[in-house]
Design a protein around this ligand. Structure first.
Ligand code: VG1
Ligand code: CO
Length: 558
C-alpha cells in the first residue's frame, strides 16, 4: 500500500512521487550493498535502493510505517551526509512515524544495533563500506538492519533485491536540508525527526556489561593502552569511554577524529593497514595493550607488546574468561558460534566449558537467529569480528573492553594470557591469504571445476598431511532451517589442519579469492607463516593460481 499522505496537516503536500528506473546489481552481499562511491552518486541510485528497502519492509510494518521508528547513521565517509539527507527526505515521503538520526550523521555499526534494540526501532540504515577505503574514487555502502538490531537476514535481502528490479518510483518530501548537527526534535509532515546523541545508548550498554569502577582503578594503577580509531566512527566512542569515563590518559586514543577519507588509508584493523599501531606496540616503551577498530566500528584487532592476537584466538580467550571476569556474562555462556573459515580454537574452549559450538557461513547475519533463540552468547569471525548477544552486530570496542577486563582481572600481560591459553588448549596457527582484483569469470570457473573434483579428493596427500574430507560447506540454520549452500570449499586433513577458500561477497572490483589456512599443534612458540607455508603452497598448486591468474603471492596476509 502506498503512503496515504494523511499525516499532520500543513506540509504533507510536499510529498511527491518521483519516477526512477531500476538499476542492475543492487543485490546486497555479505554485508549490505557495497559499490564504488561514484556508482552510488548516480542520480536516483541510492533513492531507488532505499525505496526498495521500504517497499520490501512495508508488509512487516503492517502496511504502513506510521507507528515505526527508523534509525539512520553512518561511518562518516565521503557522501555520508548527502546520503543521510536523501534517506530523511525519502523516509518522510514514506510517512515513518519517527526517524532517529545520529548527531553529525556518525553512528558506529554496533551503536546502531544497540539503538535499534534499546529504543525498539523497526529497523535502521547504516551508511558504510566498513573497512573499505572512502572517498569519491573509493567505496560506499548501505546496509539495512532489522528490529533485532542485526543485519537483514538472507530472505529479507533477497526480497529487497527483488524490489530493486522493478521499482519505478519513490516518495520524496520536498524541503531544505534537515539540520542534523544539533540534538533535538522537529516534525515534518507525518514524521518526527529526532537527532540523538550517538554515544549515549552505547555507553550505557557497555557500563551495564563491564565493571567500569574496576577498569577505572586499573588505569589509575598505571595500566597503559593505545587505541587506534583509524579516523572512522569509533574514535568518539573510545575517547568518551576510555579517556572521559575510565580515566585513561589523554592521547590513549590515536586517529580518533572521524575523517571523510580516513586520512587516505584503509580503515581496516589488521597488521598491514594499522601500521601506526603495530609500530607502537613493537617499540621498547610499548603500552600493555594495543587495539584498533575499523571505520564502522564492528571489527577489532588486539595486540600485546610485540604480539598479535589472531582473531580466532581472541574469540577463544574471550570465551574462556568472560564467565569469570566480565559481569555481563557471570551466568556463563550458552554456546559459541564462529564462521566456518574461522579457526577451531573456540571449539576447544566450548568443549572444556561443555557448551555447544556452531559453525556458520561467513557474515554476521547468520549469528542473529542463534542469538535470538538463546543458543549462543559469543561469536566471532576470522575477519577481526567478535561480539556477543548484547547486540546483533559484531562489536569492535566491546572486544577491547573484554580484553581490558581480562587483563585487569588476571593481572597478566596479553602474552601471558595467550601462553596460558595455548598451553592448556594447544594452538591453531592461522592465516588468511587474499588475492585481490582477479578476473571474476575465471574465478567462478575455478570454483566450478574444484566442486567437481571434491568427491575424489579424500585420501590424497596434501601439504603436511592427507585429505580426510573435501566439500562445499552447506549450512542449515538450526532454528529456522534455512539452507545456505556454497558457503566455501573446505579441505580437511588428517592432522587437524584445514584449508578453506571462497570468493569475497564485499568486494567492489573483480573477484577477491580468500584462502584460509589453519594448522593445529600442541607447541605454541612457532612462527605462523612457517607453520602454514606448506598448506599455502599446496593450495596454490591445487588451484593453479599462477596459470589461471598469473599470481604467485597473495596481496594481503592477515
Ligand atoms: C568480509 C569478511 C566477513 C565479514 C564481512 C563484513 O566478507 O570475510 O567475515 O563478515 O567482510 O565485515 P567477504 O564476503 O568479503 O569475505 V565488515 O566489518 O566489512 O561489515
Ligand atoms: Co566493519
Amino acid at each position: 500500500m502506498p503512503p496515504s499522505h494523511a499525516g499532520a496537516p500543513g506540509n504533507e503536500l510536499n510529498i511527491t512521487t518521483i519516477s526512477v528506473k531500476p538499476f542492475t546489481g543492487q543485490r546486497p552481499g555479505t554485508s549490505g550493498l557495497r559499490k564504488k562511491t561514484r556508482e552510488f552518486m548516480q542520480p536516483g541510485y541510492l533513492d531507488a535502493f532505499v525505496q526498495s528497502v521500504f517497499n520490501a519492509m512495508r508488509g512487516s510494518a503492517s502496511g504502513d510505517f506510521s507507528k515505526s521508528t527508523l534509525v539512520v547513521g553512518g561511518d562518516g565517509r565521503y557522501y555520508n551526509k548527502e546520503a543521510i539527507q536523501k534517506i530523511l527526505h525519502i523516509a518522510i515521503g514514506n510517512e515513518f512515524g519517527r526517524v532517529l538520526v545520529a548527531r553529525g550523521g556518525i553512528l558506529s555499526t554496533p551503536a546502531m544495533s544497540a539503538v535499534i534494540r534499546r529504543r525498539k526501532a523497526f529497523g535502521g540504515l547504516v551508511l558504510s563500506a566498513s573497512h573499505n577505503p572512502g572517498g569519491i574514487e573509493a567505496d560506499f555502502g548501505i546496509k539495512y538492519n532489522v528490529s533485532n538490531g542485526g543485519p537483514a537476514p538472507e530472505d529479507v535481502t533477497e526480497r529487497i533485491y527483488e524490489f530493486t528490479q522493478f521499482i519505478n518510483h519513490y516518495y520524496w518530501f520536498q524541503c531544505d536540508d534537515i539540520d542534523i548537527d544539533k540534538t533535538g526534535k522537529k516534525t515534518y509532515a507525518a514524521t518526527k525527526i529526532e537527532v540523538f546523541d550517538p554515544l549515549a545508548d552505547y555507553t550505557a550498554l557497555m557500563s551495564e556489561l563491564f565493571d567500569f569502577d574496576a577498569l577505572r582503578k586499573f588505569f589509575r594503577s598505571g595500566f597503559r593502552m593505545v587505541f587506534d580509531g583509524m579516523h572512522g566512527s569509533t574514535g568518539p566512542y573510545a575517547i568518551h569511554i576510555l579517556e572521559e569515563q575510565l580515566g585513561a590518559p589523554k592521547g590513549t586514543v590515536i586517529n580518533g577524529i572521524p575523517l571523510e577519507d580516513f586520512a587516505g588509508k584503509h580503515p581496516d584493523p589488521n597488521l598491514v593497514y594499522a601500521a601506526d599501531l603495530v609500530h607502537r606496540m613493537a617499540a621498547p616503551d610499548a603500552p600493555d595493550l594495543g587495539a584498533a577498530n575499523d571505520a564502522d566500528g564492528d571489527r577489532n584487532m588486539i595486540l600485546g607488546r610485540n604480539l598479535f592476537v589472531s582473531p580466532g584466538d581472541s574469540l577463544a580467550a574471550i570465551a574462556e574468561h568472560a564467565g569469570n571476569l566480565i559481569p555481563g556474562y557471570r551466568t556463563g555462556l550458552s554456546g559459541i558460534a564462529r564462521s566456518m573459515p574461522t579457526s577451531t580454537a573456540a571449539d576447544r574452549v566450548a568443549k572444556a566449558l561443555n557448551i555447544p559450538i556452531y559453525e556458520t557461513p561467513t557474515g554476521w547475519k547468520y549469528f542473529g537467529s542463534l542469538m535470538d533463540a538463546g543458543l549462543c552468547t559469543v561469536c566471532g569471525e576470522e575477519s577481526f569480528g567478535t561480539g556477543s548477544n548484547h547486540i546483533r552486530e559484531k562489536d569492535g570496542f566491546w572486544a577491547v573492553l573484554c580484553w581490558l577486563s581480562i587483563l585487569c582481572g588476571l593481572r597478566k600481560s596479553v602474552a601471558e594470557v595467550m601462553t596460558q591459553h595455548w598451553a592448556r588448549f594447544g594452538r591453531s596457527y592461522f592465516q588468511r591469504h587474499d588475492y585481490e582484483g582477479l578476473n571474476l569469470s575465471v574465478a567462478l570457473q575455478m570454483n566450478d571445476e574444484m566442486r567437481i573434483l571434491l568427491p575424489g579428493m579424500a585420501g590424497k596427500n596434501f601439504g603436511p598431511s592427507r585429505i580426510t574430507k573435501a566439500d562445499d560447506f552447506t549450512y542449515t540454520d538450526p532454528v529456522d532451517h534455512t539452507v545456505t549452500p556454497n558457503a566455501g570449499i573446505r579441505i580437511l586433513l588428517e592432522d587437524g589442519s584445514r584449508v578453506v577458500f571462497r570468493l569475497s561477497g564485499t568486494g567492489t572490483q573483480g573477484a577477491t579469492l580468500r584462502v584460509y589456512l589453519e594448522r593445529f599443534a600442541r607447541e605454541y612458540d612457532q612462527d605462523s607463516s612457517k607453520m602454514v607455508a606448506q598448506l599455502a603452497a599446496s593450495i596454490r598448486q591445487l588451484l593453479r593460481l599462477k596459470e589461471r591468474f598469473n599470481r604467485e603471492d597473495p596481496d594481503v596476509i592477515t
